[in-house]
Structure formats: structure tokens, C-alpha cells
Write a protein that binds this ligand. Structure first.
Ligand SMILES: NCCCC[C@H](NC(=O)[C@@H](N)CCCCN)C(=O)O
Length: 475
């Protein structure tokens, strides 16, 4: 057989980058819907009388099914057993379904008059939609990781992972910046909750940005079918060239091996601490800008949107540094130090100037580039390749405890630290600003714990010789 005959579709640069482009659209839409409600928190309060706790419950719903029903772990098993095509279509379909339910719930404020399990039905149903969506987007996340490995193994894998994360962050950025202008543009007369009563009133359309996200998700679902046809062609070309993917089938004993590995726990705990201090922060960042920095609600999303903007360029850049120079564990520790610094300054009841917020958000963006670009490529150095799919889903599962619990805790602490806000809402008097000191101290505490775990990981690396401080590219 000649060399030319042994080439497969993934040897074509255009084909593998094309495949990456297509799956990135699906993830872009997923990340957009994930954060689309973040800048709308003040509107949810003024239009539908949601409290911060209600918002926290809704936001935490992202992880309900993933965490308590182990959906992420099942997702990992389905992925290993059924393959990327089935799991990709399934997960993007679940995203569309969840977003549809969330849209329906938000457009029905009449649900406010009922309660389900002690929660306003309006909040509860929106949360159910978000919980279903959360299953879809997380399973899509591990599916996309596996697709990248399939197409880029032996090529620009770290760069491809960095680029895919960068496109996803574009979705986050748009989700922070666009919803308030969209909601304002589509203002209409609709049912609102005023002093506990349902009234027909002119106001911004909270549902418009969700409808936009829904359309994006449908596009992402359709484009995944294009990927499926590329994946079939890749498999056919692999079969033709006799190239088999030496993928071992999933075994339940793999879980036992992974969870008895100390390095796995250190990276998983670092992951949950780090991501819990960033993604849940994004959910409250616009509200923080309004309440601490006195920004207008229409402009409040601009500063937090700088966070994902910086990561677009820095994530692939730091990934390249890790590839060539190493120092993965050190990069994670520096990222955690930046988290502690930023959230500590946010918690101070001084320096309430918008430009201070800009600087802090930019530094947070550097942390959000440093840690993921070092963390995810470090996993294969700790976990053998045949256990990677399961390991990723377990790490995501542990991470989801934080993505679920921390927003709930922040909403609760916000309400408890500011009882006068609820009082003013109940009395129909002018609503005072929230004091964000306590929530920001919680985020800072997570940063501190992440530094400690990062150091333990570096020590474990020295002991076990994982090679976290070594370059990924061997000379
Ligand atoms: N190869 C793994 C890439 C993971 C990227 C990572 N995503 C997550 O950790 C998701 N479980 C949570 C996404 C939440 C979206 N706002 C990332 O850095 O985005």
C-alpha cells in the first residue's frame, strides 16, 4: 500500500478544522444559553418580583440532574458505548428541549401565583428547563472533547481545544452583552408582577433573548447533522486505510481505578474550586456592576463581557506556552492567586469606580485563560488514555456540584445580607442597592482553597512524576 493510500480524512487540514468549526457552532449556542439570564437578574426582579434566592435556585438548576441523577456519568458511559454521533445528536437535542421549556416558563408569569415544592412555579419551571439544558450542554462538552481527540490526535490537539473553548467563550461574551439591549428593543405590554399582583404593563421582554438563544441552539442542532456526515466519512476513510482507533471499550472497573488515583482528586477538586469562583461569578457580575459600581442596567453587561473577550486570545496563547515550555501546575497556581486577588478587591467596600471593575475583570480573564489551558491538557498526564472519557465525565460531575451549589449559596447569602431589599419590595418602597461584600468573600475563599490544592497538586506531581511542569511537545 502506498503512503498516499494510507491517508485518512483527518490528515486533511481543511477537513479537521472544518469539523472543529461545525462542532464549535453547537457549543457556541450552548454557552450562549448558559449565561443568557445573567444580565437579566435585575429585570427578573423588577418584572416578575424574583428574589436573589429565586435567581440562585434557577441558576443552580444547571447542575440538578447532572449531580443528583448522575446524568453526566451516564452521559460519559453513553458516549463511550454509543459513540460521538449518537451522543452529539442526543445532547444537542436535549439542549433544544431544555431551552424550549425555559422559554415557555419565562413567557408564562401567571405561573408566579402557584408554588411547586415551595418554589414559585414560574421559577421552578424555568429551572426545570435549565436543568434539562444543563444535561445536554455538559454531555455535549465531553462529546466535543472526544471529537477533538478523534480528529486532532497527533496534530494540533491543544490548539484545537483552545480554539474550541475560545469560540464557546464568544457565546458567553455575547450572552453577557446582548440580552439587555435585546430585551429593551423588544419591549412590549405583557404580564408582570407588581406588589404580588399580575398586571398588564409595558416593559422589556425578558423572553426575547431566550428566544434568540433557542434559535441559535436549533441551528447548532442542525449543524451537528453536518458533522455526523463528516464523522461517517472519517470512519469510512479510517476503515479504508486500515487505520483503527485503538479505543478500549468502557469498563466499570475503570471508575475504581480513576477514583483511587490521588492526582485525579487533586485536579478534580482544583477544577470545582476554580470554576465555582468564575462561572457562578459571571451569573452575578452584571448585578454587581449595577449595585456596587452604580452602572446603568443597560450598560452593566459591558464590563463583565470583557472577561470572556480576553480569553479568546489568551487561552490558545497559554496553551501554546504549556505545550512548549511546560509549567502547567505553576500556571494553575498563578491563576488561583489571581482569583483570590480579584475577588478580595471586589469584596472591599471601597474603590467603587467602574475602571477598577474593568481592571479586575481583565485580570479575572487572565485567570480564566491560565487555568483551563493548563488544567485540561494535564488530565491525560495523570489518567491513562483509555480511561480519559470516563475521567472527564467524572471531573465534570464533581465540577457541577460547584456550578450548582455556589450560585444557590450566593443568592441566599445576598438575600440574608440585605434583608432591607426584600422588605422594600414587599412594601412597594424604593428598593435599596445590594451590598455584595459577603458573596465576594465567598468567591475569594474559593480562590484561597484553589491555591492550596494547586500547591498540593504540584507536590504530588513532583512525587509521582506526572510531568505537569514539563512541556507537552517532546523535543
Ligand atoms: N476538554 C474539556 C474542556 C472543558 C472546557 C470547560 N467547560 C467546562 O468545564 C464545563 N463542564 C462547564 C461549562 C460551563 C459553561 N459556562 C470550559 O472552560 O469552558
Amino acid at each position: 500500500m502506498t503512503e498516499a493510500l494510507r491517508l485518512t480524512l483527518r490528515d486533511s487540514k481543511a477537513a479537521r478544522w472544518g469539523a472543529l468549526g461545525i462542532i464549535s457552532i453547537t457549543m457556541f449556542a450552548g454557552y450562549f444559553l448558559t449565561d443568557v439570564m445573567s444580565p437579566l437578574k435585575p429585570m427578573l426582579e423588577s418584572e416578575f418580583a424574583w428574589s436573589s434566592t429565586n435567581y440562585g435556585i434557577f441558576t443552580s438548576a444547571y447542575g440538578w440532574l447532572n449531580v443528583f441523577f448522575g446524568m453526566l456519568i451516564f452521559g460519559g458511559i453513553i458516549l463511550d458505548k454509543m459513540g460521538v454521533r449518537f451522543t452529539g445528536i442526543m445532547s444537542s437535542g436535549i439542549m433544544v428541549l431544555g431551552a424550549g421549556i425555559k422559554y415557555w416558563a419565562i413567557t408564562n408569569p401567571t405561573l408566579v401565583t402557584d408554588t411547586t415544592f415551595g418554589i414559585h412555579t414560574h421559577v421552578f419551571m424555568a429551572a426545570v428547563g435549565f436543568a434539562i439544558f444543563g444535561v445536554g450542554v455538559e454531555i455535549a462538552g465531553i462529546t466535543v472533547s472526544k471529537i477533538i481527540v478523534k480528529w486532532f490526535k497527533g496534530n494540533e490537539m491543544a490548539l484545537a481545544m483552545g480554539m474550541q473553548m475560545a469560540v464557546a467563550r464568544l457565546g458567553t461574551m455575547l450572552a453577557i452583552a446582548a440580552p439587555v439591549p435585546l430585551a429593551t428593543y423588544f419591549s412590549s405590554v405583557h404580564t408582570q408582577v407588581v406588589n404580588g399582583e399580575l398586571v398588564e404593563k409595558m416593559g422589556p421582554s425578558v423572553s426575547a433573548p431566550i428566544a434568540f438563544a433557542f434559535v441559535l441552539l436549533v441551528i447548532g442542532f442542525i449543524t451537528f447533522f453536518i458533522y455526523v456526515s463528516m464523522d461517517k466519512k472519517l470512519d469510512a476513510s479510517l476503515a479504508e486505510s486500515n487505520g483503527t482507533d485503538s479505543e478500549e471499550p468502557f469498563k466499570f472497573s475503570d471508575i475504581g481505578r480513576i477514583v483511587t488515583n490521588k492526582g485525579f482528586w487533586l485536579i478534580a477538586v482544583l477544577c470545582v474550586l476554580f470554576y465555582s469562583s468564575v462561572f457562578p461569578f459571571i451569573k452575578y457580575a452584571s448585578d454587581l456592576m449595577v449595585n456596587k459600581y452604580g452602572l446603568d442596567q443597560n450598560l452593566a453587561g459591558i464590563i463583565p463581557s470583557l472577561l470572556p473577550l480576553g480569553t479568546l486570545f489568551l487561552t490558545p496563547l497559554f496553551g501554546g506556552v504549556y505545550d512548549k515550555k511546560g509549567k502547567g501546575a505553576t500556571m494553575m497556581i498563578i491563576g488561583a492567586v489571581l482569583i483570590l486577588l480579584v475577588h478580595s478587591v471586589f469584596s472591599l467596600p471601597i474603590l467603587n469606580y467602574w475602571f477598577v471593575a474593568v481592571v479586575l475583570v481583565i485580570i479575572l480573564g487572565i485567570a480564566l485563560s491560565l487555568v483551563p489551558s493548563a488544567m485540561w491538557p494535564s488530565v491525560p498526564k495523570i489518567i491513562p488514555e483509555n480511561q480519559l472519557g470516563t475521567a472527564f465525565s467524572l471531573i465534570f460531575w464533581i465540577q457541577n456540584w460547584g456550578l450548582m451549589g455556589i450560585p444557590l449559596l450566593i443568592g441566599y447569602v445576598l438575600d440574608q445580607s440585605n434583608p432591607e431589599v426584600a422588605l422594600a419590595k414587599a412594601n412597594g418602597t424604593a428598593v435599596p442597592l445590594y451590598d455584595y461584600t459577603n458573596p465576594m468573600l465567598i468567591f475569594a475563599g474559593l480562590g484561597l482553597l484553589a491555591i492550596i490544592v494547586g500547591m498540593l497538586l504540584k507536590m504530588e506531581d513532583k512525587k509521582k512524576g506526572y510531568g505537569l511542569e514539563l512541556p507537552n511537545i517532546q523535543k
